[in-house]
Write a protein that binds this ligand. Structure first.
Ligand SMILES: Nc1nc2c(ncn2[C@@H]2O[C@H](COP(=O)(O)OP(=O)(O)OP(=O)(O)O)[C@@H](O)[C@H]2O)c(=O)[nH]1
Length: 428
């Protein structure tokens, strides 16, 4: 949940505003902050034509409340009728506008008074974009209230799962480890909210799973108990929709922030692959398991050929682009259970588990040919690079010794002419 997922094919932001200046600014900020493309419409008529054409799919729309041909928010209704979440921009705010916006079930309504607000809108667009990877479990024995919460959350494009009481919720959490946020009522049969939160906290710390407890107005003592029992936050019912969304977003972002910090300690900033330290930490566990259970483990070292020339010819930015692209080709080319890391510079290391000599050779050949045959686009140029690989299946005395052996094979592959692999049996 910590990094922006790539947009699904064709998924864009729909910007509806008669001010081209505002739409352009928003388009630029949505691209910068959320990495998403936008499509602009200057009127209700243009919006209708764009939606009718079906040429684009939109995951969110930012709609100006007042357009020359849409004085009563008709553009909002049109976009909502296409089941697209809407963020409304308004030039001014009053209670009547707020009430109207709530009935239209919009994501939020924001004043377009300053540049700061434009950034606020783009941040909200990024939130909605990321929400499709965020899973929320709603726990309440009242079917109608649960349905209401689910509707609110789905309006923000969150994935929602339901449970009718604490016991059901625990079963869901066991079968689905991907839940990021639990919203639970207190008063429920079988297992109440307090007991549920206590049970969840035995397995999921506050920094990894956010829990919002629901209490009733006038029951401050209960709110305190929910928090003391492990809830990250509490909302008293009945609540304002705006408060609900603010708290949900804040809690999700808190969890994401912790994940980002954790990730940055174990991942390489350029490629997103594991860094060398984490590779060795996790690698030692794989190595010990292989030694103990006598299962095979292959260590692979690989290096981009003549990489210095790429930097010298096309510049360091192009070099970085090449490293990133090779990293993502490698990530796609190994299995989930394998361990891939950036060793340093243009060198990568892989530990492959449960593999024999012939499948190791096939894997190395596949990685080599994939990199060699995939062009890398950089500023109107198409570059191509090759890699050399060295590998060993000999467990030896330590992981470091295995890596050294693989590195010696890599050296032989380079000596042999590059764009090839060497497995240590062939050099001994
Ligand atoms: N752009 C970029 N360059 C890097 C990075 N890390 C290391 N390099 C460069 O990678 C180059 C590695 O060059 P060498 O070790 O001489 O190897 P090579 O040119 O790939 O030649 P062979 O390995 O013998 O095929 C050096 O020029 C480093 O400055 C990085 O993160 N980004």
């Amino acid at each position: 949940m910590s990094t922006d997922p790539p947009p699904a094919e064709g998924e864009r932001v729909l910007l509806v505003d008669d001010s081209q200046a505002i739409s352009r600014l928003l388009r630029a900020r949505c691209q910068e902050l959320a990495g998403v493309e936008s499509e602009m419409a200057g009127s209700l008529a243009e919006t209708r034509a764009l939606l009718a054409s079906g040429a684009r799919r939109f995951f969110v729309a930012v709609v100006d409340l007042n357009l020359p041909d849409s004085r009563e928010g008709e553009a909002i209704d049109l976009v909502r009728a296409h089941d697209i979440p809407v963020i409304v921009l308004t030039a001014h705010y009053d209670e009547a506008i707020r009430a109207r916006m709530l009935t239209k079930e919009v994501v939020d309504y924001l004043l377009k008074s300053s540049l700061h607000e434009i950034d606020h809108v783009a941040t909200l667009v990024r939130r909605i974009h990321r929400n499709r990877d965020v899973k929320v479990l709603v726990v309440d024995d009242s079917g109608s209230f649960r349905a209401y919460l689910v509707r609110l959350l789905e309006l923000h494009r969150l994935q929602v799962i339901e449970a009718a009481n604490g016991r059901e919720a625990l079963a869901v959490m066991q079968s689905d480890p991907g839940v990021d946020l639990v919203i639970t009522d207190y008063n429920m049969p079988e297992m109440d909210g307090l007991a549920l939160i206590g049970a969840l906290r035995q397995r999921h710390p506050r920094s990894e799973l956010a829990i919002i407890g629901l209490s009733e107005h006038g029951t401050q003592a209960l709110s305190a108990r929910l928090l003391k029992n492990g809830a990250n936050d509490c909302i008293a019912k009945p609540f304002l929709v705006e408060e609900f969304y603010c708290r949900v977003i804040q809690n999700i972002e808190q969890i994401e922030l912790v994940r980002t910090i954790r990730d940055s300690a174990v991942r390489d900033y350029l490629t997103g692959l594991y860094n060398r330290r984490h590779f060795f930490e996790t690698g030692e566990t794989l190595y010990a398991g292989a030694k103990r259970r006598q299962i095979t483990l292959a260590a692979v070292m690989l290096d981009i050929d003549h990489f210095k020339r790429v930097n010298d010819t096309y510049g360091h930015l192009a070099g970085d682009r090449v490293i990133k692209q090779v990293a993502s080709l490698l990530a796609c080319g190994v299995r989930q259970a394998d361990l891939l890391g950036r060793y340093g510079g243009e060198e990568f290391c892989i530990l492959l588990t449960g593999i024999d000599q012939s499948s190791l050779a096939m894997t190395l050949e596949r990685l080599r040919s994939t990199v060699a045959s995939t062009p890398i686009e950089h500023e109107d140029q198409s570059l191509s690079v090759t890699i050399s690989l060295g590998a060993t299946l000999a467990l030896g005395d330590s992981l470091q010794a295995m890596i050294n052996r693989a590195d010696a094979c890599l050296y032989h592959a380079k000596q042999g002419g590059r764009n090839r692999f060497v497995i240590d049996d062939s050099v001994e």
